[in-house]
Design a protein. Structure first.
Ligand SMILES: CC(C)(COP(=O)(O)OP(=O)(O)OC[C@H]1O[C@@H](n2cnc3c(N)ncnc32)[C@H](O)[C@@H]1OP(=O)(O)O)[C@@H](O)C(=O)NCCC(=O)NCCS
Length: 180
């Protein structure tokens, strides 16, 4: 099954909403960008304001056109730095390799579609799989950490960054296929 990245559309939002069933999922996905309970109005306002905020939102779709994932980059005012985030895979499609492909392709799209020189992100310290994935792509931990609240517990958020020249995608875009 093929996997493609396209810009997020209004019609994707009800599907996306269904992938964020709890307040913990909301924070894991988007930090403090939205408030709980998440609803279509918040998502629609965010999508509408994306161009003026310098944000690009992508939906990953399977070969049959069904959305399977979501990711985003927001660029700094001077256009040199991008912040990668909002990584989300449909809960019933997890652990099949979609997340890995989504991260690879959306970071690559972030570099390609904007003029940024550096991509940054924040990842929870306990999320070892994602930290390793970002490291494989060329991200390094900057040494900066933030303490954040997640489910009443303090969790460390680790800053990582990747200069354009250090980005190492796993595969050429065209060749990547996944089995459902
Ligand atoms: C994080 C997320 C995008 C991963 O998507 P996915 O499709 O399950 O990821 P993949 O199947 O491509 O797996 C990527 C790697 O993470 C590992 N992994 C994925 N979920 C894991 C879990 N719950 N526990 C341990 N390892 C896990 C996989 O083994 C794989 O490692 P490998 O490449 O060394 O084999 C998905 O779990 C998700 O949407 N989570 C909720 C939102 C979130 O946490 N966003 C990320 C914030 S940094």
């Amino acid at each position: 099954m093929t996997f493609q990245l396209r810009r997020t559309e209004l019609s994707d939002l009800p599907i996306l909403l269904g992938w964020v069933p709890t307040s913990t999922d909301l924070v894991l996905w988007s930090g403090t960008s939205f408030h709980w309970p998440l609803d279509l109005d918040q998502l629609a306002q965010d999508l509408e304001a994306a161009p003026e905020n310098g944000r690009i939102l992508w939906t990953a779709v399977q070969g049959d056109g069904l959305p399977v994932g979501h990711a985003s980059v927001i660029t700094s005012d001077d256009g040199t730095i991008g912040r990668f985030g909002r990584v989300l895979i449909n809960p019933v499609k997890r652990r099949k390799g979609y997340g890995r492909t989504l991260v690879e392709r959306s970071v690559e799209a972030g570099f390609t579609e904007t003029g940024i020189d550096l991509m940054t992100l924040g990842v929870y310290e306990h999320n070892r799989a994602n930290r390793a994935l970002y490291a494989e792509l060329g991200f390094e931990e900057t040494g900066v950490v933030f303490d954040t609240e997640l489910d009443g517990r303090t969790r460390r958020l680790i800053e990582m960054s990747c200069p354009r020249t250090s980005f190492r995608p796993f595969h050429p875009w065209e060749e990547k296929t996944l089995t459902a």
